[in-house]
Ligand binder design. Sequence first.
Ligand code: ADP
Ligand code: MG
Length: 750
Amino acid sequence: MGREDEKLSAVLGARTAGPLGKLGLHTVGDLLRHYPRRYGDPGTLTDMDRLALGEHVTVMARVARATVRPMRSRGGALLQAVVTDGSHELQLTFFARRPGALRPHEDKLRPGRTGLFTGVVSEYRGQRQLTHPDYVLVGVDADDAEEAMFEASRPIPIYPASAAVPSWRVQRAVRTVLDPLGPDDVADPVPLEVRARLGLPDRLDALRRVHVPTDAGEWQQARDRFRFEEAFVLQAALAQRRARAAEQEATARPPREPGEPSLLADFDARLPFELTAGQASVGAEVARELARARPMQRLLQGEVGSGKTVVALRAMLQVVDAGGQAALLAPTEVLAAQHARTLRQLLGPLAEGGLLGGSENGTRVALLTGSLGAAARKEALLQAASGEAGIVVGTHALLGEHVQFADLGLVVVDEQHRFGVEQRDALRAKGRAAPHLLVMTATPIPRTVAMTVFGDLETSSLTEVPAGRSGITTHVVPAANPVWMDRTWARVREEVDAGHRAYVVCPRIHPDPDVGTASGAGAAAEFDDVPDFLELTAGEAASDRPPLRAVLEVADMLRTLPQLEGVEVGVLHGQMAPADKDAVMARFAAGEVQVLVSTTVIEVGVDVPEATAMVVFDADRFGLSQLHQLRGRVGRGSAPGLCLLVSTAEPGTPAAARVEALAETTDGFRLATLDLELRSEGDVLGAAQSGRSSSLRLLRVVKDADVIETARREATAVVEADPELHHQPDLRAAIAAQLDEEQEEFLERA
Ligand code: ADP
Ligand code: MG
């Protein structure tokens, strides 16, 4: 078995291992997977009579003399060596705080020894010198001059490092660990026949090539192999997950026969609109899968406003008709409450089963969130446990141990990107047989992202929005232009006067000047969960920009604005009590509040058809997908939507490009791809799902689409041939290690 689990402290000693630990490197495997960020150019051999100042040079020379002496003026010590090619001399200078630290150099740089010296030429008192040069000595670091040349001509790996652990120390540690390893010491999760078929080097070989390449071709080949490996391990894990889920038993929930009393039929009969072709065909697909005794595992992705809720509700009703219950999970309390309200509204009397005036086939929709009062909570728990509620809507609280269902047949997870794999599993474990699973994503996602993040699910897409929508017009408003800002509020007023409503979105809650930018734990509390936002501002040096607009400040400002005189302005953000949130949403839906100033809590799922206008402050500081989602809150009814993106971005910056892209298209798939291209993919995966980020080091979900497709094909074949991977212990171990890592991250986040 491999040696990659060995502790670095045991292999390198505590003094070297300690600082590496600060980089998160604790085991041999951690260090070997700490790949170079880039490679330095070793430089070509330079003649010593042509050493130009400021140039990066490599010279072959002999040590003439070397002396260590204290530095009088500055304290510390100085090693000066002089090397020669026979006719010219060059000085090498090393500084240290203590003379002892120079000892290793002094020991090596003995007069008479020959070597290759690399560094940038500077001048000191008329003498050419290299400060802290890299060097390779013949007889010490290399057997002969030829080998020294060879060593010195390798690309120089540059590692992700810190001040405490510079790259060269990482490099030395990697060599110490890597050099003595043999083929049996390194586990290879990619099976031999897969490697052979694809022409990939084995893992030890690849490690050597990535850490100690002889030329650029080598590290590139190695990097490609590691990218494949990452994708392969992930896809194998997903293939196993699919295979296991497919083996589980589920209760078949077939639809009622035509003519039989049916909640679903009653619902369809009272729907005020026709299903779109997409809703009908996805609905039929889902209906078939629910009728099987194997758990459905389906991802439903759809354009914003494409009507996923109706598809989900129809699936839930089929399950209720068949005697089961459905649970609907939402990422926030606001959204859960909103869902419960929407479902009750769509169902009308059908949601009043057992009540006076309710329908005979009716059922109940229970809402169960963490903040319910004791009595309401008891009632909801009872309805879930007794089966009286055919539909139970909630947040994470639904995952609580004490929530019991009479017969849970279907789990619908809305806006999946806030839910991890573990949460899906926890809920699935609640049914006696495995419940069917329908996952809905808020944002359309590129195919390979779906494969990576949701690779254990089959996918359906809704691409059309229902007819009769008038669409959304989007404009960018420069924040510094008072005329445009005036016009913005005038437009809001016009919408309100026409009987419509408007959202005003701000990135944060309190206008606290001390909070400054979006970094640090204190500041994070000022925002409702908006990882997109935090990442973007962190990466874009927000300090020299105007302070972010805050909900409370903007609401006050709007209340005194002449254009909005007589308009009722409400406030919504994540720090409000749940009852207050519900109340203001209800008043907004009813039209008692016409302008709602809020954080991104309204980002997903909120559905008020009369809302036609949205003003987003600091729009340039949000992620594209997030803006698209936000914008999807307006233009949901028959009146056209208007989205005004207030931006402080300088023209020509990436931030400006982001808002302009949004103004140009409403195609969610295009925007999602663009969004991925505009930022680092680690962020995307990290935000998309707990736990996938750390196991993907080199893989780029959009650019490496081919790699992911190939890996998926190969991994699926391997798992089909050997579902429990009895013959692939290394792959099995790699999957287990990855799961551990995910679980750890999940626990950290929870
Ligand atoms: P999303 O896919 O973004 O979750 P929703 O399910 O919230 O979209 O639907 C958006 C709006 O469109 C809702 O008001 C819903 O009632 C309405 N809707 C859904 N399906 C149709 C349809 N076939 N025709 C007309 N309106 C529809
Ligand atoms: Mg929705």
